[in-house]
Design a protein around this ligand. Structure first.
Ligand code: SF4
Length: 359
């Protein structure tokens, strides 16, 4: 059974650390984009009834409730196992939450990033810890008790103390699911570009050193585990039974259809991607399909999971042996998984396997 992803790249502001193809675009584009999304959904011949729906972006919580229910009503099913919407804290009202629930949303992913006001203000986010606390209560009152909190380890000015405070907030809110990302430095975010140019803006000189960011991540693993929120994927933690069903489809290589700019799709055999820019998406296109690589994909994606991946991995034998020797991989029978050190260095581990034969 498959999933549906809808991309809504519009945001109220562009956060300094964000390297997604999202942001503030001319207002006149939004209604055109929603029309194009509705058309794409309506023109789809559904090979299956989806089990999960995920609205990401961007900030899909900015979509007016009426437009949201118009989009969701174009997706077969209606009573999905999981229907998640990403939301920016700071604008969640009882009316909005009730409308989301009526439209079929039963899980909300909150882009909190930090509970420290100073850290947040420097990234361009306007909420505070107290706002998040209030809005979690609003969601629960509307019947949406299943929510995720995103945190970023490595924000400018972050300290051991402020990081622990953010983790304490997550635990005190009794969050069923938490995503912890390590700050990425690249040219695609304003903060990353500033760091790479040795500039000072956006607190670029106050980003904690790499080894401290790695410590923050490991502290999160312990802190959350003590609260019953266990790591089940490199960046994802959940109480038992609250693992993201939709995201599990990506890691287990199940099919999904993506709608909107930059959305990816996979039908079990082929992969394709919509144009990245909103303008190109609005112009319409026929994305090129590329054949999936079952063995390599199953291995790489499954390795992200804490449980690892079982199978015949003889094509990767020498790379696996190297990984074991370097303390990055471990095996149990025919199951391979990342060690704690391997999780921290997962990009290097995956790069190691890129050259390994997959067939
Ligand atoms: S972090 Fe979220 S809200 Fe901020 S610009 Fe990126 S997608 Fe938008």
């Amino acid at each position: 059974m498959a999933g549906v992803y809808i991309s809504y790249p519009f945001c109220a502001q562009k956060c300094t650390y964000c390297n997604f193809a999202s942001g503030v675009f001319p207002r006149e584009l939004e209604p055109r984009y929603l029309d194009a999304l509705r058309t794409e959904l309506h023109n789809t011949e559904w090979p299956w009834t989806p089990e999960t729906v995920y609205l990401g972006g961007g900030t899909p919580s900015l979509i007016e409730p009426e437009a949201l229910s118009g989009l969701l009503s174009a997706i077969p099913g209606g009573l999905w196992q999981e229907a998640t919407m990403e939301a920016a804290p700071g604008g969640i009202t009882p009316d909005k939450a009730a409308a989301w629930r009526r439209a079929g949303i039963n899980r909300v992913s909150l882009g909190v990033q930090s509970f420290n006001t100073r850290e947040l203000a420097r990234t361009g986010r306007k909420h505070t810890a107290e706002v998040v606390e209030c809005e979690v209560a609003v969601l629960r009152a509307a019947g949406i008790g299943n929510f995720n909190i995103d945190l970023i380890a490595g924000l400018p000015g972050q300290t051991l103390e402020s990081w622990n405070q953010s983790l304490d907030w997550v635990v005190s809110l009794n969050a069923p699911h938490v995503s912890v990302y390590m700050l990425e430095i690249d040219q695609d975010s304003r903060l990353g570009a500033e760091v790479m140019a040795f500039g000072k803006r956006y607190g670029a000189t106050e980003i904690p050193p790499d080894d401290q960011i790695a410590d923050f991540y490991e502290i999160a693993v312990d802190h959350l585990a003590r609260a019953g929120i266990a790591r089940y994927e490199i960046s994802n933690f959940a109480r038992p039974g609250f693992e993201s069903r939709h995201n599990m489809k990506y890691w287990r290589r199940e099919a999904y259809l993506g709608f909107g700019a930059d959305a990816h799709s996979f039908d079990g055999e082929w992969r394709w991607q919509n144009p990245e820019s909103i303008e190109d998406y609005l112009r319409g296109s026929n994305p090129e399909r590329t054949p999936a690589e079952p063995i390599a994909e199953r291995f790489f994606l499954g390795l992200r999971l804490s449980e690892g991946i079982a199978g015949d991995w003889s094509p990767f034998q020498s790379a696996i042996e190297r990984g074991i020797r370097d303390g990055l991989l471990e095996t149990e029978g025919n199951r391979v998984r990342l060690t704690s050190r391997g999780v921290l260095l997962s990009n290097e581990v995956f790069a190691e396997f890129v050259g390994a034969p997959a067939t």
